[in-house]
Write a protein that binds this ligand. Structure first.
Ligand code: ADP
Ligand code: MG
Length: 478
C-alpha cells in the first residue's frame, strides 16, 4: 500500500516542476518521517484492521515549518484520523516534527484522480462500455464480510494477469461486486493509462454478440477484437450467460484466448458458478480455476461506517447523527448495501429538504424512510423497548423481570404500568404488548391496563408518576 503512495507522490511532485535534487530530498524526508510514524502507530494499535482502514494508503503531501498535510484515502478516514487518532499521531511524530507544526488531513478528490485517468478510445465493439470512476478501492468500506474479496481485488489490480486468473467475485445482490470490479479497472488504468481495460456486463456481451452474428458489425471478428484490443476483461453478472448457448460458446473462446495470452479476467456472479444450473460445464470449471472469493452481508460496524461515509460525503457533520439513528439504519438495512445507500439518500433528502434538521435523531431517521419500511411498526418495536427500559429503571428492576413470569407485587405493578404506557402513548395493539411482555395473552394485558386505571382513580399521585415516565419515553411530548 505504502509503495503506491510513494509512487503517487513522485508522480505528483514531478509534475509540479520542482528542482529534482531538492525535490528528492524533501520527498525522502517526508517519506521517511511518515514511514517511521506509521510503523510506530502500527505497533501501538492492537486493531490491525482499524490501522489498515484508516492509515492504509495515507501519505504526506507537504511538510513546512508550520504545517504537515497528510493525504488519506477517504473523507471519513480524514475525519476519523483527526478526531480519534491525533494523539497517537502526535506521539509517533514526536522528535521528528516540531510540536508547533499543525497536522492537517486532506482526501484525494476524484477530480485529482480523473486527471490521470482517460476513458478508453472509441472501440469497434462495446463502444459505450465505461469504467465508473465513482467506484474505487478508496471508497470501499472493508469489513469481515468483504475483506478477502477486497484484498484479492487489490492484489489483482496491482498484478494483473500474474497469479489469480480468473478472479471470481461472487455473492448476493448489492454487496459490492460491481464496485470492486470497477475499482480494479480504475486502479489498473490509473497506474497504467495506456492499458486496455474493458468492463462489460453479461448483457452487453450478449447484445454485442447478437449484433455481431446478425452481421451488423463489419471488420474484425469479435474474438479477434478481444485478442487485439483487450488487456484486462471485467465481466459483471456472469450468471446471465445461462441458457444463451451461442453467447456461452463465444464467451468460452474469448475467455480461452485471453487466458492463454496471460490477460487478466475478473468476473462476478451471484453465486458459485458450479451451482449455476445449466451453465456450460467447461465454463463452470474455468470460472473457478483461478481464485474464487465471496462477498457477504456486511456486519453492523461495516454498515455504520458506510452510513457515516455517505453522510460526510454529503457535507454534513457526522457528529449530528445520534447513535440510535445510526444503529437503526445499520440494523434495518443490513442485508444489502444498495438498499442501505438508498435509505441514507432518503434520509439526506429528508433532512436537507423536508425537515431541515441539523440533528438526526431516531425519530427523524424512522420518519425519513417510513415509505421504504413499515415505519410505524419499527417505531413501535423500538419505543416499546424504551418503555420497558424507562419503567424498569424507575422501579429499580432489571428489565428482564418485566417480561419474566414473576408475579411479585412490585414487578406486577411495574409491568402493568409499562403495558398501560405502551397502550396510551404508542397505541400498541394488545397482542403485541402481550408478546413483548413474555408472551402473555390479550386478556392479561387488558387486565393489567384496567388495574392501572383503577389505581389512578384511587391514587391521583400515580398520574404524576405516569407523566414523568411519559416525558422520559417521549421527550418531544413534554
Ligand atoms: P453488487 O454488484 O454486488 O450487486 P454493487 O457493487 O452494485 O453490488 O453495490 C451496490 C452499492 O453499494 C454501490 O453503490 C456500492 O458502491 C455500494 N457498496 C457496496 N459495498 C460497499 C462497501 N463495502 N463500501 C462502500 N460502498 C459499498
Ligand atoms: Mg452488480
Amino acid at each position: 500500500m505504502f509503495l503506491f503512495c510513494v509512487e503517487n507522490l513522485l508522480l505528483r511532485k514531478c509534475c509540479c516542476g520542482i528542482v529534482f535534487d531538492d525535490m528528492a530530498q524533501s520527498i525522502s524526508k517526508m517519506v521517511a518521517v511518515w514511514d517511521a510514524a506509521l510503523k510506530e502507530i502500527k505497533s501501538q494499535m492492537n486493531d490491525r484492521q482499524a490501522f489498515e482502514t484508516f492509515f492504509g494508503g495515507t501519505y504526506v503531501d507537504k511538510i513546512s515549518d508550520d504545517e504537515m498535510v497528510v493525504v488519506a484515502s477517504t473523507k471519513l478516514a480524514c475525519s476519523i484520523l483527526k478526531e480519534n487518532f491525533m494523539k497517537v499521531i502526535r506521539q509517533a511524530l514526536a522528535g521528528k516534527v516540531s510540536e508547533s507544526v499543525e497536522i492537517n488531513f486532506i482526501c484525494k478528490t476524484d477530480d485529482q484522480k480523473s486527471q490521470k485517468a482517460s476513458q478508453p478510445q472509441v472501440r469497434a465493439f462495446f463502444a459505450d462500455s465505461k469504467l465508473n470512476r465513482k467506484y474505487t478501492f478508496d471508497n470501499f468500506i472493508i469489513g469481515p464480510s468483504n475483506k478477502e474479496a477486497y484484498q484479492a481485488a487489490l492484489f489483482v489490480a496491482s498484478n494483473p494477469g500474474a497469479v489469480y486468473n480468473p478472479l471470481l467475485i461472487y455473492g448476493g445482490s448489492g454487496l459490492g461486486k460491481t464496485h470492486l470490479l470497477h475499482a480494479i479497472g480504475n486502479l489498473i488504468r490509473d497506474k497504467n493509462p495506456g492499458s486496455n481495460v474493458l468492463y462489460v456486463t453479461t448483457q452487453d456481451f450478449f447484445d454485442e454478440y447478437v449484433r455481431y452474428v446478425r452481421g451488423e458489425q463489419e471488420g474484425e471478428s469479435l474474438k479477434a477484437f478481444f485478442k487485439r484490443s483487450v488487456d484486462v476483461l471485467l465481466v459483471d453478472d456472469i450468471q446471465f450467460l445461462v441458457g444463451k448457448r451461442g453467447t456461452e460458446e463465444m464467451f468460452f473462446s474469448v475467455f480461452q484466448a485471453l487466458y492463454t495470452a496471460g490477460k487478466q479476467i475478473v468476473i462476478t456472479c451471484d453465486q458459485l458458478p458450479s451451482k449455476l444450473q445449466g451453465l456450460d460445464e467447461r465454463l463452470r470449471t474455468r470460472f473457478e480455476q483461478g481464485l474464487p472469493v465471496s462477498v457477504g452481508k456486511p456486519t453492523k460496524e461495516t454498515c455504520e461506517a458506510i452510513v457515516k461515509n455517505k453522510i460526510i460525503d454529503a457535507g454534513l457533520d457526522v457528529s449530528n447523527l445520534d447513535p440510535e439513528a445510526l444503529a437503526y439504519f445499520s440494523s434495518r438495512f443490513n442485508s444489502n448495501v444498495r438498499e442501505l445507500e438508498g435509505a441514507v439518500n432518503r434520509l439526506l433528502f429528508y433532512v436537507q429538504n423536508i425537515e431541515n434538521k441539523d440533528r438526526i435523531d431516531l425519530k427523524t431517521a424512522i420518519d425519513s424512510v417510513r415509505s421504504l419500511v413499515d415505519g410505524k411498526s419499527d417505531e413501535n418495536s423500538l419505543t416499546v423497548q424504551k418503555v420497558v427500559d424507562v419503567v424498569s429503571e424507575y422501579y429499580h428492576l432489571p428489565s428482564e423481570q418485566l417480561i419474566s413470569k414473576s408475579r411479585t407485587a412490585q414487578v406486577a405493578l411495574a409491568r402493568h404500568v409499562a403495558m398501560y404506557l405502551c397502550r396510551s402513548l404508542l397505541n400498541t395493539p394488545y397482542k403485541k404488548i402481550g408478546e413483548t411482555f413474555g408472551g402473555r395473552d390479550h386478556a392479561t394485558v387488558i387486565n393489567g391496563i384496567k388495574n392501572v386505571e383503577a389505581m389512578l382513580k384511587e391514587d391521583p399521585s400515580l398520574q404524576k408518576v405516569l407523566d414523568e415516565l411519559s416525558a422520559k419515553i417521549n421527550p418531544e411530548n413534554k
